[in-house]
Design a protein around this ligand. Sequence first.
Ligand SMILES: Nc1ncnc2c1ncn2[C@@H]1O[C@H](COP(=O)(O)OP(=O)(O)O)[C@@H](O)[C@H]1O
Ligand SMILES: N[C@@H](CCC(=O)OP(=O)(O)O)C(=O)O
Length: 362
Amino acid sequence: MALAYKRIVVKIGSNVLTQDNGMPDLARIQHLVAQIAALKKAGKEVIVVSSGAVASGRSLIRVSEKADAVTSRQLLASVGQVKLINTYSELLGQHDLICAQVLVTKEDFRDRVHYLNMKNCFGALLQNNIIPIVNENDVISVTELMFTDNDELAGLIASMLNADALLILSNVNGIYNGDPKAPNSEVIQEIGQDTTGFSSFVTTQRSQFGRGGMITKCHMAHKVAQLGIAVHIANGKTENILSKVLNETEINTRFVPNKTASGKKKWIAHSESAAKGVVQINAGAKTALTAPKATSLLPVGIVKITGEFQKGDIIKLTDEQDKLVGQGIAEYGSDKARERIGQKNQKPLVHYDYLFLNAEIS
Ligand SMILES: Nc1ncnc2c1ncn2[C@@H]1O[C@H](COP(=O)(O)OP(=O)(O)O)[C@@H](O)[C@H]1O
Ligand SMILES: N[C@@H](CCC(=O)OP(=O)(O)O)C(=O)O
């Protein structure tokens, strides 16, 4: 295969696994499983992030119209997840492969102990040649506890496992430079570090059963590529799409990985939950930090500091609207930093080598 990825996370979206009537598409799952088996045979490590619990639930029960949206989703997903994982287990078994079910919540990425336990389990599964099938724990994850969608979850899994690539299978051939249905729109085949102007053609429109839409896919894909992981968005309904993407014989969108991302930056990127304090920066500092040239955060650009931190702690950086700009390692503690707020000619609070900026798609 042309692209020599060894560890691959494959995200299979709701729309790939669902027929137009909302029921699961068994033939499609079967074909995807055959493709995954082929990757395993070629010596790859494969982790699957699969949606489809709600769709599978729909094929088993009817939820009363009186049930509210949250309860209805909990019912369908909890019943449907059993069927979904059984389907994978049975189909993978036909290729002599074993899978494991991993259900996670957003909280599991925030809590360091949960995070390390989860990482340890994935390590053990991969070592034992088992295919983890990951989904959000839809029973626990309701409203604000939810991931934006399974793309966000897949991005976190790919970064946690330091995967070589994340293949996102959706119902479009990639990201188009206009409305995907318009005849003159074309798939953007390669996206580098600069994603300016995206919002002009990526709309908030979602597919019938999708949750987050293309905008959230773009944000996540860019962030993950910044960590040095290649991200592909391809059509999961195309025959043999996985090998075609890896052999570069099918059009798709590839986010070019930033190969200079250090291990330290990857760790910082995932340490948002471990942050001890919040440093609010002004518009000038935000512009400087998010410009292509690597820049450290100087006290002159700091507006406010919340919480206590020591030298070496992770701190969050927010803008004046409290939007997260990124996170980094403090070069000195909050007491010293408070004294220096707004002052010129002071040592940087965060050095650019220890600063991770969130993806900005404007
Ligand atoms: N520029 C664009 N290129 C491709 N798809 C787009 C674009 N803008 C909006 N979309 C929409 O994004 C949808 C895919 O996202 P989503 O509904 O979240 O699917 P999934 O269930 O696979 O995660 C497409 O079906 C399409 O309608
Ligand atoms: N956890 C849900 C799917 C959630 C979801 O966001 O799906 P998707 O739109 O494919 O990213 C399920 O299994 O039905």
